[in-house]
Design a protein. Sequence first.
Length: 234
Amino acid sequence: MPAISMTYEGLARLAPDVQAALRAMTKAVDESGLDKDLTELVKVRASQLNGCAFCLQFHLTLARRLGVPAAKLDLAAAWRDAGVFSAREMAALALTAFIVGNIILQFPVGWLADHFRKRWVMAGCGVVTACASALLPVTFGSWIFWPLLTIAGAASAGIYTVSLAELGERFSGHELVTGMAAISTTWGVGALLGSLIAGWSMQSFGPDGLPYSMALIFALFLLVMVAREIRTGS
């Protein structure tokens, strides 16, 4: 079977909208202040996880041009035991599984939202995220840590996507625009507060503080949902 090769220019011709979205995302990451070597290393690992040969080839080429050591690129798939990555790089590579889960498992979450009541799908995502987050510290170093991290990423993101779907079903016109603005504002505030809480929890309780604080936040989310359901009687 002949080899199939894709270039970045070819992608731009075949799927210009996808290429434009990728360029916008890349620009946002580059302007975030994160180390370029680190972000390309994460992209290499994400490409390995999602099985995109074109993406892997593309990001490997960029990483080599940036001077990322060959040993790190060769051992990215076995980074836990490689002994060549810094603590910062290992943390970033671990979170890659969380982000990939966010992407690839949105289809089953969407299917559930189409067949069941959306509020209960969001509640289920909250339960899964809280439980998975609480189990991360005790499973670190074992194989089960990775599926838990991936599932936590998918379930936590599922709350956001399902909430947008419910908003679209319940409102239209200017009410929908207002609702979207409210969700965006709340999401931004949550991102800011979440970063502060994460930093405080890790400073106070060590690395395990992050997953435990996530579990607590999602448990509070569930309590608020249950209280609202009881109050409205719906």
